[in-house]
Ligand binder design. Structure first.
Ligand SMILES: Cc1cc2nc3c(=O)[nH]c(=O)nc-3n(C[C@H](O)[C@H](O)[C@H](O)COP(=O)(O)O)c2cc1C
Length: 309
């Protein structure tokens, strides 16, 4: 029989906070771990190594909680030392997303670390399976941050049909209803990002929190504007889901025109760039991460128990 996700990860609750950079730092991952779910730390592409070490130290101080680290494949190609830093932190699990994890899975396994990857369609699911990952994360387009173009529910069904490995669902899960839905479909757990943007422990500004709390589910856009204007090396196939602004609405799908017009590009305000998913429509206040975990899990379990067909 397949080992459950909670046994694999050494936690009680099959909820993981998404390794959002820079929002999911050590404090958020630790709070999620202390709530008996699984905390993930995201390594940012631009974050200096001493700043990363400071976030890791929050998680590795005694008493340790099980935790994971999220890395981005194309960032690893440029900063391969991030994998060494991740392995040295002795996490239970490392996810390598947005590219092929194959070059790294062997080193993770040799260090006794579970390997995973977020996948956005059948092609990336097959790539992750071929790479030998232990856990797949089906990341739907509802998700905040960089993602693909397929909705969570069709993608989850596709990936579950492709593998017997544990498949975690990501994208748009923010309440017990969403948690129960993906578990009932066969997901091994839920990977949750946007709701933790309003966690007290997230690395987020007050202005960003206020905008997230005030936004509804129609106020996100799937865009490559920020990557193009900031000259980030994100592969074209991964756009990002962010809150709408007049700037991003004006230039989405017109990125070439934007980048060839220095005056237009100079209107970009970095503080306006807020990546968030459609679940923003379900969250309205800042709360401790433990409360978010408990509410989603308890309500989800109650719903699953109440199912009558
Ligand atoms: C602000 C933000 C930053 C993110 N950064 C990363 C990242 O650095 N690495 C990563 O693998 N996923 C990242 N993600 C995507 C999440 O891992 C996850 O797929 C997503 O948050 C799940 O959907 P949800 O936001 O609807 O909960 C980010 C998401 C957000 C909202």
């Amino acid at each position: 029989m397949q080992q459950s996700l909670t046994d694999l990860l050494g936690v009680r609750i099959p909820i993981l906070n998404a390794p959002m950079t820079p929002q999911a730092g050590g404090a958020l991952a630790r709070a999620v771990g202390e709530a008996q779910a699984f905390g993930m730390l995201g390594f940012d592409e631009d974050e200096p190594e001493d700043a990363i070490a400071a976030q890791v130290a929050i998680l590795t101080r005694e008493p340790r909680v099980p935790f994971g680290i999220g890395l981005v494949a194309w960032v690893l190609e440029r900063r391969p030392q991030l994998l060494d830093i991740a392995i040295a932190a002795r996490p239970k699990f490392v996810s390598i997303s947005f590219g092929d994890p194959a070059p790294y899975v062997g080193r993770l396994h040799a260090a006794g670390i579970l390997a995973g990857s977020q996948v956005q369609n059948r092609k990336w699911a097959q790539t992750a399976i071929d790479a030998g990952v232990d856990i797949l994360v089906a990341q739907g387009t509802e998700a905040g941050g960089h993602t693909g173009a397929v909705g969570t529910l069709p993608l989850l069904q596709i990936v579950l049909e492709m593998t017997d490995k544990p498949v975690i669902a990501a994208g748009g899960i923010a309440t017990g209803r969403g948690f129960a839905a993906v578990i009932a479909a066969g997901a091994a757990g839920a990977w949750i990002g946007t709701p933790f943007l309003l966690a007290k422990e997230a690395r987020n500004t007050q202005a960003a929190r206020d905008r997230i709390a005030a936004s509804d589910e129609t106020q996100t856009i799937y865009t490559r504007v920020y990557d193009r204007v900031q000259k980030k090396a994100w592969p074209h196939e991964f756009g990002g889901r962010a809150l709408r602004t007049p700037f991003v609405e004006r230039w989405t799908d017109r990125e070439d025109a934007l980048t060839s017009d220095p005056e237009a590009a100079s209107a970009f305000r970095p503080e306006e760039k807020i990546y968030a998913g459609q679940a923003v429509g379900l969250m309205h206040e800042v709360r401790p991460a433990a409360g978010i975990v408990r509410e989603i899990y308890d309500a989800g379990v109650e719903r699953l128990r109440a199912i009558r067909l």
